[in-house]
Design a protein around this ligand. Structure first.
Ligand code: SF4
Length: 125
């Protein structure tokens, strides 16, 4: 099988033409360094992403707190984590980096706050 990818390991953004079969990379064309092959292998066989989304927050100036996973998680868990986050509501104040959910969905990554929000009494959404 063939797949075209863009390596995002550095600003070069090499366009990779990857050939693979039987769970193995056969060839990678277009990579300007050996990290390209590693990127292609991970992206095809074990793709991961940092999940960015929001959770609801009470008593803050805005109703939604931006959150993200502390580490990249398997791409197949992305939508499930977004859905899980949609059902979460926290109370202000929150500091950037606070853990909102530890080991979310057993991914090994925590869901953490991406920004701080002070408490504003009376703000309930
Ligand atoms: S293959 Fe190497 S040079 Fe090209 S984008 Fe990836 S890391 Fe950068």
């Amino acid at each position: 099988m063939k797949k075209e990818l863009t390596c995002i390991n550095c600003p070069n953004g090499c366009s990779l033409e990857v050939e693979y079969a039987g769970g193995k990379i056969i060839s990678v064309k277009g990579a300007e360094c050996k990290k390209g092959k590693e990127y292609a292998e991970n992206e095809i066989f074990h793709p991961v992403r940092i999940v960015t989304t929001t959770v609801r927050i009470n008593c803050a100036a805005i109703p939604l707190l931006p959150v993200r996973t502390s580490d990249p998680v398997p791409k197949k868990l992305y939508q499930a984590i977004v859905r899980e986050a949609a059902g979460i509501k926290v109370e202000a104040p929150v500091k950037c980096g606070d853990v909102i959910v530890k080991d979310i969905l057993g991914s090994g990554a925590d869901l953490i706050a991406s920004r701080s929000l002070e408490r504003c009494e009376g703000k309930t959404f």
